[in-house]
Design a binder for this molecule. Structure first.
Ligand code: AGP
Length: 360
């Protein structure tokens, strides 16, 4: 069943492996008989009416929101802001005339998000929850709900929920563009099915990811992840995954920020994972890598076909530039998994963490 590990040693590995299937499942759920994206009419109308979208989330779901913002702004041309739920109430942004609040939450129970939702409802603004648990608090209390259809996620470290959230955001973006009558050439259905195949190919490369985990992370104290543009959002997620299950101190940085401080931390042998999936930033991120290598870093490059070099450690298959996050995160999830495994950590139940954080 969905909630059993079967032959897997850990839920996390099972859930990583399920990702291609989850994406295909989402595509099915959101398509009508003539293979068009079909979002409920009220959601389509509310989304279209909003002059600005405010995404509220925490942790990995926040990272999905960051990617969602880029997709929506590029595909629809609608302004989107992403806020960490716990910060929203202190630093409430100036709101537009017709805001729409989108809550992204795997569990639908995150108290920090609920705090914002209560506030938003008091103000009378419309709300939409994107969640993996339809009966959850956030889905019941928001005006609208979109299901991520990832199936139960048991491991504390979120994997398939994150990629599912981004897939639903891509669908929402494309639907929003159609509703707005703007001609986008972003075909979410087609591109997501290509991404699902790419994810599958990476899930088949577990041995390589295990070797990287051994080579780079077996006995390190810290590790850094760098990326630019879309890749910057993904390296934040890669670092969160690694730190929460392996307890290695890990941070994801914007490549351009290195020289503004972080590079001081680089020592002989410091692992630096660089992502390069966007052609327009490839040269710059490679330049950053040169800088850290010159200071002794142990570099690992995850790139995409088309902007890869012969000695890159991981090359992901080519997918649409808006969807690289769904694919590039897979090797990062696997590397984190094997790092935690070989360091003897409790992969599915890391110390100090709960699956859903129901206190503010
Ligand atoms: C992810 O690996 C974490 N366990 C955590 O950041 C999580 O994403 C966060 O607590 C948000 O949870 P939610 O999606 O259920 O709201």
């Amino acid at each position: 069943s969905d909630t059993e590990k079967g032959t897997y040693a850990h839920y996390m590995l099972k859930e990583i492996d399920e990702q291609p299937l989850v994406i295909r499942n989402i595509l099915q759920k959101y398509q009508d008989e003539v293979n068009e994206i079909q979002l409920p009419n009220d959601i389509r109308t509310t989304f279209h009416a909003a002059d600005r979208v405010y995404i509220i989330a925490a942790g990995t779901s926040y990272h999905a929101g960051l990617v969602g913002k880029e997709m929506m702004e590029k595909v629809i041309g609608k302004p989107v802001e992403v806020h960490i739920a716990s910060e929203f109430l202190y630093n409430q942004p100036l709101l537009s005339r017709n805001p729409l609040f989108i809550f992204i939450s795997q569990s639908g129970e995150t108290a920090d998000c609920r705090g914002v939702l209560v506030n938003v409802k008091e103000m009378g603004h419309p709300s939409l929850t994107i969640t993996n648990v339809p009966g959850s608090t956030l889905s019941r209390e928001a005006d609208y709900m979109l299901h991520t259809y990832a199936g139960p996620e048991i491991a504390v470290a979120s994997t398939k929920a994150y990629t599912a959230q981004m897939a639903v955001l891509a669908i929402l973006a494309m639907d929003g563009a159609h509703a707005a009558g703007s001609d986008t050439d972003f075909d979410a259905i087609h591109e997501l099915s290509i991404a699902a195949n790419a994810m599958e190919a990476l899930c088949d490369a577990k041995d390589d990811m295990e070797q990287i985990a051994r080579d780079y992370l077996f006995d390190t104290r810290n590790a850094f992840f760098i990326g630019r543009s879309f890749d910057y959002h993904v390296v934040k997620e890669g670092a969160l995954k690694l730190k929460e299950i392996s307890y290695i101190q890990a941070e994801g940085f914007a490549g351009g920020e290195l020289k503004h401080g972080t590079i001081a931390l680089i020592e002989e042998g410091t692992p630096v994972f660089a992502l390069s999936t966007q052609e327009n930033v490839d040269l710059n991120i490679r330049g950053n890598l040169q800088e850290v290598v010159a200071r002794g870093a142990h570099p690992c490059v995850v790139s995409m076909e088309g902007c890869h070099r012969a000695d890159d450690q991981v090359v992901i298959p080519r997918v649409h530039p808006y969807l690289t996050a769904l694919v590039a995160v897979v090797p990062l999830q696997l590397i984190s998994y094997y790092a935690a495994l070989h360091r003897g950590c409790d992969v599915d139940k890391p110390r100090n963490l709960a699956k859903s954080v129901t206190v503010e």
